[in-house]
Design a protein around this ligand. Structure first.
Ligand SMILES: [Zn+2]
Length: 440
């Protein structure tokens, strides 16, 4: 009798369960939101029946009721169902600074979404464990939060206060042929591997380049694995607010899996290093009110060694609290597919800085499409962010499709100089605005 009653209750539970599942069966869709403006996108996320979402540029992953896709179709929004999923629980966001991630993932798990440089996966426990063994300072796996903006596309950026038109001559002073010449000189070192003699020579050459540009400059060494490694530090001292410091940096070192004697590192990262030197040339002689420090790091490829060392040195010298913002340039010259595009990568504390970069791009590099993310990873801005300094990385949007980095194939010919120039116009104008440089 007792057993019979339990069975009856179980049957009832099963029937109710089936009924509930029938009315609000859950599914996950991948939705193209490029036609929506920002208010439209935000409304869609709040629609009844939407349980969870993840924004990846112009793609929105949505978990919710089965009927949702019909409503979207009526409004002309293209949605495809992500097979075998009913929620976004257990999804993992892959943060990487290099291409080739797809191959690593393909061996272990299924990719649910791949937009821009980001991948979303939902690996099994054992698969995640194996992937975590492949993680390093340039590849990271993080639990994807609920209702998360992974990155935002140009179509959905919030408006920011415009940049002053007075900055136009400063942005316009970025010289494509001078930049190209500096870029070629850095590539000509053939390698700038952190533990090579060549990095010392490249650093000494960079000191002279900064001096020729009109800055004070020197090698500031730090030690790692018993070796003295070079950071190059150049400065324009502030005329009115010298104790307010803005840092702009790039890593000078290169690496190659094939041979450390053949690591031209054209895009990664002669492109950014030459950019910092060109910015110094443009800003020198314009008497910034605040202090600007131009830094070329070594040891980035070995785990941000140079930038961590510099942050610690500035902390010891009582200078770190004076640093108001840091702009990092890493890989700014790869863009095979029109339009020109850039990612501004920081954290929440970087928002005001990224706003000024976005404004500068809008005013002085209007052809440049700007993407933004708060998922900072894998380059020297992270050292500053970890120390609480607002910091933003400006990086080519298409690095995920590069495939030449960290090899002898990272040569001048793969570079898109127009992208680098557009990014430099944005960077130098934002920096000039922050540091109080008069345009004339
Ligand atoms: Zn790099």
């Amino acid at each position: 009798m007792r057993e019979y009653r339990v069975k009856r209750v179980m049957l009832l539970v099963a029937m109710v369960g089936a009924l509930v599942a029938g009315t609000c069966q859950a599914a996950v869709w991948s939705l193209d939101t490029s036609a929506l403006d920002l208010p439209g996108l935000e409304r869609l996320k709040r629609e009844p029946g939407v349980v969870d979402w993840m924004e990846l540029g112009d793609r929105l992953l949505v978990a919710g009721e089965a009927g949702l896709s019909l409503r979207w179709q009526e409004r002309g929004l293209a949605a495809s169902e992500v097979r075998g999923m009913s929620d976004l629980e257990g999804t993992v966001l892959v943060l990487s600074k290099h291409s080739g991630v797809e191959r690593i993932l393909a061996k272990r798990t299924r990719v649910i979404a791949h937009e821009g440089p980001f991948f979303v996966i939902r690996p099994s426990g054992p698969a995640l464990n194996r992937l975590l063994q492949e993680a390093d300072h340039q590849l990271r796996f993080v639990r994807a939060g609920r209702r998360t903006v992974v990155f935002r596309s140009p179509a959905h950026l919030a408006r920011v206060a415009p940049a002053s038109a007075a900055l136009a001559p400063i942005a316009g002073a970025i010289d494509k042929s001078r930049y190209t010449e500096t870029l070629r000189k850095l590539i000509a070192f053939k390698t700038r591997y952190t533990y090579s003699q060549a990095i010392q020579q490249a650093a000494a050459w960079a000191v002279d380049a900064f001096k020729a540009a009109g800055c004070e400059a020197k090698v500031v060494p730090y030690s790692s694995r018993g070796k003295q490694l070079p950071n190059v530090v150049a400065e324009l001292r502030g005329s009115a607010r010298p104790d307010e410091i803005y840092v702009v940096g790039a890593h000078l070192d290169s690496i190659s899996w094939d041979s450390q004697n053949s690591a031209p590192g054209a895009d990664d990262n002669a492109s950014g290093s030459a950019g910092v030197i060109e910015m110094a040339r443009v800003l020198a002689g314009r008497k910034p009110q605040a202090t600007i420090r131009f830094v070329l790091f070594s040891g980035e490829e070995q785990g941000l060694l140079g930038s961590i060392a510099l942050v610690n040195q500035m902390k010891s010298a009582g200078e770190l609290a004076k640093v108001k913002a840091m702009i990092n340039l890493d890989m700014i010259a790869f863009d095979p597919t029109a339009p020109l595009d850039v990612m501004l990568e920081g954290k929440v504390i970087s928002h005001a800085l990224s706003d000024r970069l976005q404004a500068a791009a809008g005013a002085f590099a209007p052809a440049l499409k700007v993407y933004r993310t708060d998922n900072a990873w894998g380059s020297d801005h992270v050292s500053f962010l970890d120390a609480g300094v607002p910091s933003t990385l400006t990086i080519e949007y298409e690095y995920d499709g590069n495939g030449n980095e960290h090899s002898p194939k990272d040569v001048f010919e793969i570079c898109n100089i127009d992208l680098a120039v557009a990014i430099l116009r944005m960077d130098v104008a934002a920096l000039a605005e922050l540091a109080g440089v008069a345009g004339k």
